[in-house]
Design a protein around this ligand. Sequence first.
Ligand SMILES: [Zn+2]
Length: 332
Amino acid sequence: MTRWAGSNSFDLYRMYPFITFRRREEIHGEHIVKTADLTNQRTLKTEIGCTGVALHSGRKTSLTLKPAEENTGIRICRTDLFNGAREIIVNWQTVVDTRLATTVGNDHGATVGTIEHLIAALAGCEIDNILIEVDGPEIPIMDGSAAPFVFLIECAGVLEQNSARRGIKILKTITVGNGQRSLSISPSEEFSLDFEIGFDTSAIDCQERFFARTGENFKSDIARARTFGFEREVNAMRDAGLALGGSLQNAVVIGDEKILNEEGLRYGDEFVRHKILDCIGDLYLAGGPVIGAVRASRSGHALNNELLQAIFADDTAWKDVKVASNGKAINI
Ligand SMILES: [Zn+2]
């Protein structure tokens, strides 16, 4: 074995990068050797912020995204609350509500809702560690999509850290839901998502779309898809004191079989693309990228979280892996 690490090894590494990568792992044990195959955790280069309207309260809300140490994951700090009660760890275990949006909370009762579009942007930009500061109980809705958050992340820049990126590789098929709505994940070399929706209105009807990550296609194909709702539901929510910040500036609204937004849709199938966006955000609460093939039929926030609970309830359904730059698991 030692001859691989000797002075002749350089050319061998170049000629047989895969073989030498494994050899170097054997020689150095758990020490991570940086190669083109491995990818490291990422955070922001610098902090960046914005203000926007909270969807339900209608309040103006400030949001700041800050770099965070490696292996600290995604955390939210409610800057309007006192120290000790204001930090919320963001993962599938801290989800406290999935009606209308995904809401996370801590043991002190502090919550932050409508996190999924921001989390989807973090997933799409492959950000592992970040501190999100917000001065209220909701992430601002912005334009109803993940695109403004992707823009913020790009403006701040991305910093590669020293630890290897970790992911969750699916080892067996897990399914949740019932006949009407279902969500399943099966073993696969990489993450993919096949989503179908069906609505009883000609404005949406049935839409199906397949998404697998290739380069920047999250940004181009998914990030700009906006949330949507029906005019009658929006009116009912307003009567209940919800969706007070909702407007045609931050949602596609459907009334009487047609879209009320004058500018029309951003994509012909914007609705299913937004459901993919939501699902990507919700599944990123696994604690890293999930490596498996997802099939979704009329799934939503509740089912997305239920799937993560079902995966982690079964130790034989998943394993913690290091992630390669192509999104696949590295088998060491
Ligand atoms: Zn959404």
